[in-house]
Design a protein. Structure first.
Length: 313
């Protein structure tokens, strides 16, 4: 029970007007200000995920939203038919609770839970679908997000992983942001992966890459992967095959450990194109509670750079 549960709609709107928002959320009669300037496409970094979620049949699925922030994606996935949505975040974000009450959507909110603690909090192989958007570059060890998601997903479950990527990075690398000449000016961004590092980390951790969506401004990549048996991973070169065959020498993840846990998913998806570039201009994708650009959005934001990541002092 949160302190917002007993508030009336007009009281909630008054609170929303005084709140700082990360997501722009359409509440019907009004919307919240997201972190992009008013009038511009909102929640742009989620456009790839919104597109891919439209090709997944979420009905009956148990879904995890990692780094849910204000909860737009969690609420949208519930509205799209998910049986249960669990949202975790490093912080307890009050705007999540305000938005959930305004939208009257049921979700399982677990604040103050980081990815590294998710398996002990939620258990192995519990989810059909995981969304992990805008999180890995905030982690000292981004690879561990892929590892923990493989443990959390049922066999054949789907992972949507989203991150900024370095447009100029050609090799499969994680660039250390603090050492880049054109660093992202945000103190909680430690790494900028290249596109091939994103898909490569997915494959290393036992995901068959099913689709990618690339956003050019800001440069972000969204990858859809299926928790597959290694033999079903596309583009698996001889070295990767060997890696999977010897099991991992780092005990943080081992196939033999994964195999001890039961849980298989029958979630289905149908992507029309393996790869697509997403343009930020134009209308917002059709996704529940995603607002069209509007000038009358309420509240403010402390996240206001054109890139959508810079924390204003
Ligand atoms: C950039 S926001 C992205 C929000 C949302 N997923 C989206 O894409 O719009 C990152 C969110 O992830 C949370 N976060 C950062 N590191 C995390 C971690 N290791 N585990 C869980 N949540 C984390 C932050 O508190 C923040 O709410």
């Amino acid at each position: 029970m949160s302190k917002f549960d007993k508030a009336s709609r007009s009281e909630l709107r008054a609170i929303a007007e005084k709140s700082k928002w990360f997501h722009a959320i359409d509440f019907g009669d009004f919307a919240s200000s997201g972190r992009f300037p008013k009038g511009e496409p909102q929640n742009i970094t989620l456009f790839g995920a919104m597109d891919l979620l439209g090709s997944i049949d979420l009905k009956g699925c148990r879904v995890l939203d990692i780094g849910s922030a204000d909860g737009l994606a969690s609420f949208g996935m519930k509205e799209l038919g998910a049986r249960e949505v669990v949202s975790i975040d490093s912080y307890d974000v009050p705007t999540y609770r305000i938005a959930r009450k305004l939208l009257n959507v049921e979700t399982d909110y677990r604040p103050n839970v980081q990815i590294k603690d998710a398996v002990s909090e939620l258990g192995w192989k519990q989810f059909d679908v995981i969304l992990c958007a805008g999180v890995i570059y905030h982690m000292l060890n981004p690879m561990s997000a892929f590892i923990e998601c493989r443990k959390l997903l049922k066999d054949n479950g789907l992972l949507i992983m989203e991150s900024p990527v370095g447009a100029k990075l050609k090799d499969p690398v994680l660039a250390l942001n603090t050492e880049l000449d054109d660093f992202m000016p945000e103190p909680s961004t430690y790494w900028i992966p290249s596109k091939s590092a994103m898909t490569g980390m997915m494959k290393l951790m036992g995901f068959d890459v099913c689709a990618t969506r690339y956003l050019k401004a800001p440069t972000r990549l969204t990858v859809l992967g299926r928790a597959a048996p290694p033999a079903e991973i596309r583009d698996r070169n001889a070295l990767l095959q060997q890696v999977h065959e010897i099991d991992f020498c780092d005990f943080e993840f081992r196939w033999s450990e994964l195999a001890k846990h039961a849980g298989a998913s029958d979630v289905s998806y149908e992507v029309d194109e393996f790869h697509r570039d997403i343009t930020a201009a134009g209308e917002s994708p059709a996704f529940p509670f995603q607002p069209q650009p509007r000038e009358d959005a309420v509240g403010s934001t402390r996240w206001a750079s054109a890139g959508g990541n810079f924390l204003q002092k």
